[in-house]
Design a protein around this ligand. Structure first.
Ligand code: ADP
Ligand code: MG
Length: 245
């Protein structure tokens, strides 16, 4: 794995009123990293991803993308989001658009691809997630697992350098979790850089290259899956893991 740093987070803190939700978070994301972010509900995982994606603005600290601090002008944020995309728990598809249109919207609007190229790219990625047979379907006619696979294809259409996932399988019926995790595993193996908030411990252990464990807004542990799952250093990590056994 190369050591090319894509994202660097330095001393990031975020408060809502006087509630400090992120406390002095620092870590780097190298090309090819697959980082699972674990932690109890309320520990700040979503807020961290939302800061990385610029859906939230930190109270202090900095985020660098290829060494440059991210600027918050709309133009730069749109460009940045095409490189650092996000997949949400609730899919966030456009319900009035077909699967194909959902996957073409960003490449047409933000990347200004010609229609034919946008269409070809959409179909390539929809094939990758097994959703090519559904290009003309509306989201309302899809299962949760299918919607999430379309959302992943839509993210891939931007040719992102990094994809962020915020509990991508938490809204799914249990029988659909596997199909989405399978797609994510293939992406990880293809070398895509990923930051994944998840409660799927098997996936975190087997697929990620690194575990970040968050507790009350802090990074309590930043280590390998082998170390985290067999020899967690932090008492909070041990307590967290004991809930999954
Ligand atoms: P997690 O994703 O780990 O469950 P979150 O990042 O969603 O945690 O939330 C961390 C804490 O920040 C929680 O206590 C939550 O209530 C609070 N929080 C999150 N977003 C907001 C907001 N927009 N306004 C006020 N409090 C918020
Ligand atoms: Mg969350």
């Amino acid at each position: 794995m190369s050591e090319e740093k894509i994202i660097e987070i330095k001393d990031l803190s975020k408060s809502f009123g006087d509630h400090e939700v992120l406390r002095s978070i620092s870590f780097g994301v190298n090309k090819g990293d697959v980082i699972s972010i674990l932690g109890s509900s309320g520990s700040g995982k979503s807020t961290l991803l939302r800061c990385v994606n610029r859906l939230e603005h930190q109270s202090s600290g900095q985020i660098f993308y290829h060494g440059n601090e991210i600027k918050d002008s709309q133009k730069e944020v749109n460009e940045y989001r095409s490189k650092v995309g996000m997949v949400f728990q609730s899919f966030n598809l456009f319900n009035n658009m077909t699967v194909l249109e959902n996957c073409m919207a960003g490449t047409r609007k933000v990347l200004h691809l010609p229609k034919e190229e946008a269409r070809e790219r959409a179909i390539t990625h929809l094939k990758k997630v097994g959703m090519a047979p559904y290009i003309n379907a509306l989201p309302a006619h899809l299962s949760g697992g299918q919607k999430q696979r379309v959302a992943i294809a839509r993210g891939l259409c931007m040719n992102p350098e990094v994809l962020l996932f915020d509990e991508p399988t938490s809204a799914l019926d249990p029988e659909m979790v596997g199909e989405v995790l399978g797609v994510m595993q293939e992406l990880a193996q293809s070398g895509l850089t990923m930051l994944i908030v998840t409660h799927e411990m098997g996936f975190a252990r087997d697929v990620s290259s690194r575990i970040i464990f968050m507790d009350q807004g802090y990074i309590a542990e930043d280590t390998t899956p082998a170390e985290f799952f067999t020899n967690p250093k932090n008492p909070r990590s041990r307590e967290f893991l004991s809930r999954y056994i």
